[in-house]
Design a binder for this molecule. Structure first.
Ligand code: PGA
Length: 243
């Protein structure tokens, strides 16, 4: 993993948007892997700004989101479908047919997971994957465990994640307890990965993921094995690093 330390969240967002915009400029039919959560919001805002002034063109881009709650419908304001349209897709010139998010309302989870992996394969795999990290080290909804699953799958959220995500709901009881997520195998097959980390509350987990042992109990630590991962981190999240 390489790291780029930015002064603050705005600088991090700007830098991440630069990398994504550059990728699209070099390969207009880029396949982007996208993440939800608070961390990439500034990056998406910056990409919207650039798209509006004609500096980045999404017309040939295909996207695959990491995950979606289960069971939830796409028009539910708490869904990741809703989040992605409100924060990015509604404001850029992307072809709606090229947007992919797991269907959290599917009647057949197994078929949906297979369909999702097939779509990623048929698109030629992910060129650039954007990731955040959970305070427990999860990526996507691949939660710490003794074994991790390779492909897209249904997973149970840990209590830690439910509590973290409760801030987006009226009450922790309303947070869905399951999600459909890309697996670690799919994520690690992305040609290039940028992992965005911001804020003091991520400093400890970032240090462990970046400098500690590789373990499925800290899924983000597996990124140490990926040949082209860059961590874009702000000073608040980086202050515990030794190297
Ligand atoms: P956050 O979530 O960006 O809202 O901190 C990250 C994650 O859970 O992957």
């Amino acid at each position: 993993m390489k790291k780029m330390i930015c002064k603050n969240y705005d600088a991090l967002s700007y830098l991440a948007a630069n990398i994504i915009a550059e990728q699209i400029k070099n390969k207009p039919d880029t396949v982007l892997g996208l993440a939800t959560g608070s961390t990439p919001m500034g990056t998406y805002k910056e990409l919207v700004r650039r798209n509006k002034k004609g500096a980045v063109d999404f017309s040939g881009v295909t996207t695959f989101n990491l995950d979606e709650y289960y069971k939830i419908s796409g028009d539910n304001p708490q869904s990741y479908h809703y989040f992605m349209y409100r924060n990015l897709f509604d404001h850029i010139n992307i072809n709606r047919n090229n947007i992919h998010i797991p269907d959290g309302n599917t009647a057949s989870v197994e078929q949906e997971c297979e369909r999702y992996d097939r779509l990623i394969r048929d698109a030629g795999g992910i060129d650039l994957q954007v990731l955040g990290i959970g305070s427990n080290g999860h990526i996507g909804f691949n939660e710490p465990a003794s074994e991790l699953i390779t492909k897209t799958h249904l997973t149970a959220l840990t209590e830690n994640t439910i509590q973290d995500n409760a801030r987006f709901f009226n009450h922790a009881d309303e947070v869905p307890v399951h999600a459909i997520t890309m697996g670690l195998g799919t994520i690690l097959k992305a040609k290039r990965i940028i992992l965005l980390i911001s804020g003091k509350n991520k400093a400890e987990i970032f240090k462990k993921a970046f400098e500690g042992k590789i373990t499925t109990n800290l899924p983000a630590s597996l990124l140490q094995l990926h040949p082209d991962t860059t961590v874009i981190v702000d000073e608040e999240a980086a202050f515990k690093l030794v190297s």
